[in-house]
Design a protein around this ligand. Sequence first.
Ligand code: NBG
Length: 835
Amino acid sequence: MSPEKTLEAPDPAATPTHEHTRTGMSKDALNRAFIDNLFYVQGRFREVASPNDLYMAAAYTVRDRLLGRWIKCAETYRDSKARTVCYFSAEFLLGPHLLNNLVNLGITDVAGEAGAELGLDLHELIETEEEPGLGNGGLGRLAACYMDSLSTVQIPAIGYGIRYEFGIFDQVIEDGWQVEKSDTWLKNGNPWEILRHGLRFPVKFGGRTEQYHDEHGTLRVRWLADMEVIGVGYDTPILGYGVGNVSLLRLWKSEACESFDFQSFNVGDYYGAVQAKIEAETISKVLYPNDEPSAGKELRLKQQYFFVSCSLQDMIRLQLHTVGPLDGLADKFVAQLNDTHPAIAIAELMRLLMDEHGMGWDQAWGITHKTFCYTNHTLLPEALETWSVRLFEKLLPRHLEIIYEINRRFLDEVRVRFLNDEGRVARMSLIGEEGGRRVRMANLAVVGSSAVNGVAQLHSELVKTTILKDFYDLWPERFHNVTNGVTPRRFIAVCNPRLAALITETCGDDRWLTDLNCLRELENYADDADFQGRWRAVKTAAKRNLARWLTKHAWVTVDPESLFDVQAKRLHEYKRQHLNLLHIVSLYQRLKQDPNLPMVPRTFIFGAKAAPGYHLAKLIIKLINAVADVINHDPQVNDSLRVAFMPNFNVQNGQRLYPAADISEQISLAGKEASGTGNMKFSMNGALTIGTLDGANVEIREEVGEDNFFLFGMTAEEVSRRQAEGYRPWDICRDDHELKSVLDLITSGLFSHGDTTLFRPLIDNLIHQDPFMVLADYRAYLDCQERVSRAWADRPRWERMSILNVARMGKFSSDRAIREYAEKIWKVKPLPVSL
Ligand code: NBG
């Protein structure tokens, strides 16, 4: 490298400019910024830059523009003292930033042209980004959609969470099995975050408490902890679409207080001293996969407490610095608890207000109770969080005392309200006595919050009538529903630009991106042959893209003309990927018995990660791959059937699937899927749903119309009734010849190179327990799939249904969901920040 060359690269002063290099939106300004960032931030010039250097320079160029808006927005928010939403979530599954930010800034086209001028392919830069996978699935992705909508709907907001060094594992498939690789998303640097050196809060663990009298003679409690770590803030700006509002995502990383514990060091225990540092840094090290047994996960409880403590200390700091005394905290902030993971915040805010800021119980409780709201995301009993009292005592002794006191006061209230009903008292207690004493986090969340909501109508009803029934009896006014939504920016504009362009052209402008009900305009074209042709061309182009990707990354050739039937979500028995598989094996068997059987050619595509310790889920992945292997290599059926497993389903890969799907599989056992959000993403991109009356499927069907939805299976009520009567899966198997022979085929060794034991645990589970009633819905599912095939054969009808699905998805925008939260739950108003 010649020195002349390096010096030559950027010379902002010499460029005649009317647009600022860091904020301008013209091609010229973007290019100047890119060259500047490559040189001054990455320390590279074009000829030696790696693809990551180029990506980083592009990302900084975009971030410069975000920061320009952010600062203005922060000033407006500060001056107005507006009520601010704090979204507390252990997970934010953001997905790649670059293209999303370009779309929200409205500069995708000009950025592409700017890149081309420098000989860069914007698409390649976008594909270089490693997505931050700081979440498991729906719950974490929902938090990310809500951050996007909070900004777009112009509501002052801060997202609080954990900056995991390793996000959700990367999945690779080896010999058909899932293998987990650690996700090293930070290894090439993260251009979107800003480390806030000044934002450091201490967080304590362990030790004991003691009582003392303060200078006024009041009895107080002091926590003498035996470990302390520091939480350091990292900020990521989240820009709204077409607005000047930018929300803050503030994630905490744990660090040791001192780099060495001098006492240990002086007595020669150097390694012991370093050990403390390692332990402190471990807290924010790795995201826990869900669906793992929670017993003994001390580190997980530490993570939860760590991030809520930092977040609450930060809110108190903001209140004292910019607004006024602490008694106004609940007017300035409302904190949404995304499931029970952050519920310990209730005890922590009590502790901070009383022990650190000298408040009495009643005042502290008044503020705490008004500050928090809680969203429930699951009815599955095994997913309801509890922590052993022993663990609490060891890690958070002061919080346990506070929880006992909350409980004592609360249970007295219950006793007065429901005389002589100790059964109810035991059920509602914050401490469960069955199988060792445990703190029930959902009970704590309800008692400490002013509002509780479920995430779809059916789910919210079930919350009130089942798991939280006793609480609903006591405080009916506290319970709400807010049906989930997803952001149309990422899940239409970013992932399906062709569809977005066609919609914009048809609707006359892009207002639909912020008012999704505008999509209704498409209804007028549902039967228009010309429009249908263009609609179909958009879908086919997306299918070709996906087919190319699958050839390269899943080593399967698929025909873009075939019906793409897609199931993409976490792998769980309740989601019933194995029901889908039984259908595939049934079709295979039919074709083998009659090779001339007329059949609509189908490509079945799966994307799913299983929790590393969930053996049956991993066996289902193995079976999907084993069935794919046999079918894809059998020339007798090859023209009609193909099966592909997309490895490493994450946000980015989801974005490849949604535009390309013809059929979306939403086939959970009714009453088990709280809402689902994948169902919305598929439907927004023109896929038709085959589904049960579960979660948000119910509302999707209501919106799109029953003629445009393939419904099958038992209702939630039928499920409860059948289970109460005593469900015997074996009887169904015995009476359904095809089902029986399909199960036999799976254990015959055909899919396991002659091994008749490999899939036995799965099949035995279905025949003898079948906890999610796969066999009970099998026949209805197969019949429904035949209706799908008949509809596909009538293409004008299919296109019409597909157009109507998109046209009627307005309700499922996360903007609508956020507006509902703002009105019903948070009582906050938009605060527009102009551009
Ligand atoms: C999930 C539900 C989904 C729902 C998302 C977002 C958990 C605990 N729950 O049905 O299973 O769509 O939350 O609300 O991850």
